[in-house]
Design a protein around this ligand. Sequence first.
Ligand code: G3P
Ligand code: MG
Length: 264
Amino acid sequence: MSHFQPWPWPRVLAHRGGGTLAPENTLAALRVGLARGFHAVEFDAMLPLDDVPVLLHDATLGRTTSLRGDVTARSAAELAACDAGGWHSVDYAGEPVPLLTQALDFCRNNAIWPNVEIKPAPGHEVRTGSAVARAVADAYVDFVRTGGDGAENVDPRVPLLSSFAPTSLQAAHSAVPKLPRAWLVDRIPTDWERTMLQLGAVSLHTNHRHLTKPRAIEIKQAGYWLLCYTVNDPQRARALLHWGVDAFCTDRIDLIGPDFASAG
Ligand code: G3P
Ligand code: MG
């Protein structure tokens, strides 16, 4: 799925909705990002007990919600009734765990482009990949092109699915072949292109800490898009863009603005 189209989306994404300024993966976070001018966002989509994807990062609930235990033991309705904001600050106490469809509606209504990270609880890779892809396709049915999922056919309004779990990406592809997909890795393996081809992925997303300039050049020369997470230092962000990195997400939306990549 190698290609040489320019990256069609905004180049700076607010990580987990609003970076450090709001509780991650909430509608409040999307509002904060938007208030700072961000029209591109990354968030994590997970599947609870029922087949209704929600925005959550962890497979267990203790870190970011008032509940305890496994996400997969709770319904989406239970999660919507808990407090997913109080851990961040009193200002956000009572902020619920949103449904993926609510987040996608907010994005569509506010011209925000989302990179939806499929974040399966262990053992739930296939059902999560399928359910997230279906929810995204339903929300963007009028934008998803009929011609396929290649980079040549990407509508810039259509979300990009990404995942560390190849099985989830394959399941997403089986459920909705037309959505663009990105493979997420911490460190890029030497045989990275083999997996990209197997997955039909258009973009490689990687931890910027382990990326080297030669590897960035190699990926770009092979015709893939390249995104880095999570870049919080403006100097490092500048260097990565100089290497040819197409886009990055940041937690420091107070330090790095949405126009950072186009500003001098
Ligand atoms: O999608 C990029 C980044 O969010 C991956 O890491 O753990 O923050 O979801 P994590
Ligand atoms: Mg993520």
